[in-house]
Design a protein around this ligand. Structure first.
Ligand code: C2E
Ligand code: CA
Ligand code: CA
Length: 386
């Protein structure tokens, strides 16, 4: 009921309550290892490393509600503090911090709906659930209206030298826990992706111009384009106009598409891709190895580059299986396609892939996605290596 406290007793008192709750969650000694965080207004994350049984968690949650449920005196004012709790398990439910927090948020949201002092475990069905989608859609519409998107930039490096080649632009919503692999599908379902996708292209091209004006030679950016955008007849004109408006070299711009552009209206979409290539824009086929990934369509989809998905690399990079990656790479090279491997997280993987003749590498080992200011520093630091 934090909003109510703020509204009736003022923000100064509200801050005191937050500090009190912070101390409360910090004083918990239930687990040997345990770290509380405050991640927003009245939202806390409790991180508990280790493996626990259902009943242990149940006991802990009961203890937590009991701790909150006591009467609390803050500055001699009597407070009742209620809490709603969402539980996410790693690695069963989620793999990355973003995903964990988003899913905890979602579970908490479901707990809240049931009343006060409730908890919910995260379940996959919550993602499919209707009102969750509506709340994402609402957040997306607000973001579109108020221009709340920004781009993060992750470098893609030359596999041989480890030197910077270009950035992939990855969209985010300001001050939001919802990661793109959750909101992009909703944007696609609602058609909002058309507007969002145009913004991504405009923003990336403007950034290329900024770097060009700074005299930076390596300033290429690649953006993700959804099938619905390819489907849309206007994409070619839009790209052509934006290249002119921003006055940039098409060689500094690239797009990434997935094989799902082949699912519907294949012929039309292939035509669009061919026209995009005629503008001088290169095209990469993203997430290869996740869907059908038929080798035959590599012969007719007009792309210049293949991005091998992290999952493919994880499965086939081990010693016994490395022939698969090696074969795939030489097949791509035979078709005159460059190969990027995504999700490279260790030096070992990087060295291994270098031996397999991969052209480019991308992953946390080199850098996580960065804000544009840090991306600029990244290019400048790379130049110093000359
Ligand atoms: P993607 O195109 O496959 O982008 C790569 C994703 O892998 C990014 O996640 C990136 O942060 C993550 N990644 C990079 N290196 C590593 C690594 O070493 N380990 C691991 N575990 N992950 C790594 P992100 O930014 O959360 O984006 C998720 C997906 O959302 C993207 O997957 C893409 O499909 C979609 N997306 C992001 N931005 C846009 C956009 O502007 N338009 C469209 N249509 N889709 C976008
Ligand atoms: Ca991509
Ligand atoms: Ca990908």
């Amino acid at each position: 009921d934090f909003k109510n406290i703020n509204d009736t007793l003022g923000h100064y008192y509200g801050d005191k309550v937050l500090k009190y709750v912070s101390r409360l969650v910090s004083s918990i000694t239930f687990f040997e290892e345990y770290t509380p965080y405050r991640i927003g207004g009245d939202e806390f994350v409790l991180h508990i490393p280790g493996a626990f049984s259902e009943s242990q968690m149940k006991t802990f949650i009961a203890y937590l509600f009991e701790t909150f449920g006591k009467t609390h005196y803050i500055d001699n004012i009597k407070n009742t503090i209620t809490a709603s709790l969402g539980v996410v398990r790693y690695p069963e439910d989620a793999n990355s911090v973003d995903e964990i927090i988003m899913k905890a948020d979602l579970a908490m949201y479901n707990a809240k709906k049931q009343g006060k002092n409730r908890y919910c475990y995260f379940e996959q069905s919550m993602i499919e659930s209707f009102d969750w989608k509506i709340s994402i859609e609402k957040e997306l519409r607000e973001a579109v209206e108020n221009n709340l998107f920004y781009l993060m930039y992750q470098p893609i490096v030359d596999a041989m030298t480890g030197r910077f080649k270009y950035f992939e632009a990855l969209i985010r919503i300001k001050d939001s826990n919802i990661p793109p692999n959750i909101f992009i599908p909703v944007a696609e379902e609602t058609g909002l992706i058309l507007k969002i996708g145009r913004w991504v292209i405009e923003e990336a091209m403007a950034q290329i111009k900024v770097w060009e004006n700074m005299g930076l030679e390596n300033r290429k950016i690649s953006v993700n384009v959804s099938p619905m955008q390819v489907q849309e007849y206007e994409l070619i004109n839009f790209l052509r106009n934006e290249l002119i408006i921003n006055n940039i070299d098409p060689a500094d711009f690239e797009i990434e598409i997935t094989e799902s552009v082949l699912l519907e209206n294949r012929e039309h979409n292939i035509k669009v891709l061919e026209n995009i290539k005629e503008l001088g824009i290169k095209i990469a086929l993203d997430d290869f190895g996740t869907g059908y990934s038929s080798l035959s369509y590599l012969t007719y989809i007009p792309v210049d580059k293949i991005k091998l998905d992290k999952s493919l690399k994880d499965r086939f990079l081990s010693l016994d299986n490395s022939q698969v990656i090696k074969g795939l790479i030489s097949l791509c090279h035979g078709l005159d396609l460059k190969v990027v491997v995504e999700g490279v997280e260790t030096l070992d993987e990087s060295e291994n892939l270098k031996i397999q003749n991969v052209d480019y590498l991308q992953g946390y080992y080199f850098s996580k996605p960065m804000k544009k200011e840090d991306a600029t520093l990244y290019i400048e630091n790379d130049i110093k290596k000359d």
